[in-house]
Design a protein. Structure first.
Ligand code: AHG
Ligand code: MN
Ligand code: MN
Length: 368
């Protein structure tokens, strides 16, 4: 760029299309164009959200999505924006969204490509009513080799997160930012509204390995497993407890906003396994929430685990399957994973006291 700034298009073309050292140019052919279309969807959504209740898109859509949650008009409208901006370009074979029950195959009036897009068009949508921060999350996979582009079904999406070729989110805050990774670090772009460009403002983001900030919905405490209760209790004990330092807590109720804070200054975010809804493994969806965020966090030097397994290694079983999520600053996430291991091996001395024993009245029943 003549003004010395790097736009998203320049970044993608330089990174994906003009890097002989990146080896397999064929493997990423078209990816920059696809990501530019995703960015176009994000710009439209940003403009829509900025109008607030004047935009006519507030309130309930009076429909229930595949998770049994009431859809807001904006959940539906933002989903539509993603579909319309990305279905025509000949780069995708199919899409999956939080707001669509089944795989959305690209209609036959458009050419099909061999990328797959999974997305959460509006994350943290309960924040809409209070003019709080919301986001969009997306993940890009390639169709499995040998799979015909016109026959892509559910199985094509049920792949571990380490196979993602790109992942990112948009955070719609005081400014709109797009944070993405194509596997060479995590990079942040800020939307210059008057021109309509995303400009690289946060190159190669690194998450500090240590932190004294954690985020969890503490109203669920009675449903948590002992290792999570132990970790949070130790943080709350602060300077006078075994951690010998004070911690701070945040909860924005939008994973995008939490992950963005962690990328900017460190921290830990947890939506762990709980017994609130025993049939569910966690709150957050693997394909379009946990996997893309874990990819971005790992690319920035952080870690992401279920407590017992690296999230990017989890084998999905269902399009909308859920997973426990613990991610952020490396040393804290390692500590929480260690607490899970100690608990599972019965080595968790303070928490095998009668108060926290598996039969205690104080503990949820995970046997179901
Ligand atoms: P969504 O709005 O896409 O359904 O996602 C909301 C998710 C996540 O972003 C957030 O961390 C969590 O749900 C909030 O859960 P609580 O309602 O328990 O606060
Ligand atoms: Mn979400
Ligand atoms: Mn959502």
């Amino acid at each position: 760029m003549q003004d010395g700034r790097t736009t998203l298009s320049k970044f993608l073309i330089d990174t994906l299309d003009r890097q002989p050292s990146s080896g397999n140019a064929a493997a990423t052919a078209g990816l920059s164009a696809l990501l530019i279309d995703v960015a176009a969807a994000i710009k439209s959504i940003s403009a829509m959200l900025t109008k607030g209740s004047l935009g006519g898109n507030y309130g309930s859509a009076q429909t229930i999505n595949t998770h049994g949650e009431e859809q807001k008009k904006l959940d539906v409208a933002t989903n539509e924006v993603f579909v319309q901006q990305c279905e025509w370009d000949g780069l995708l074979a199919a899409m999956v969204s939080e707001e669509m029950e089944d795989v959305y195959a690209i209609p036959s009036d458009y050419p099909r490509g061999d990328y797959l897009l999974a997305f959460d068009p509006l994350d943290g949508s309960s924040n809409i009513d209070i003019n709080g921060v919301v986001g969009s999350i997306f993940s890009v996979l390639r169709t499995p080799q040998g799979e015909a582009q016109d026959a892509v079904g559910e199985a094509a999406f049920l792949r571990p997160g380490y196979e993602q070729v790109a992942a990112g989110y948009a955070v719609y805050g005081p400014s709109t930012m797009l944070v993405l990774s194509v596997g060479n670090g995590t990079h942040g772009f800020t939307l210059e509204r008057d021109i309509g460009n995303f400009v690289l403002t946060h190159s190669n983001i690194r998450i500090p390995e240590d932190t004294v900030e954690f985020a969890i919905n503490a109203s669920n405490e009675r449903f948590w497993e002992p290792p999570v209760r132990r970790y949070v209790q130790e943080c709350k004990d602060g300077r006078t407890g075994c951690r010998e330092q004070d911690f701070n807590m945040r909860w924005i109720a939008s994973m995008v906003a939490e992950v963005h804070r962690i990328l900017m200054r460190g921290g830990v975010f947890m939506y762990p396994r709980d017994s609130k809804t025993p049939a569910m493994e966690g709150r957050l969806r693997l394909l379009y929430e946990a996997n893309p965020m874990s990819f971005l966090v790992e690319q920035a030097g952080g870690l992401a685990t279920t407590g017992r397994e690296r999230i990017l290694d989890v084998r999905p079983h269902a399009l909308h399957g859920r997973v426990p999520v613990i991610l952020g600053s490396k040393n804290e996430v390692e500590r929480i994973a260690r607490y899970h291991g100690e608990y599972d091996r019965g080595e968790d001395k303070p928490y095998t006291s009668p108060l926290f024993s598996p039969r205690s009245l104080f503990l949820p029943d995970f046997s179901a």
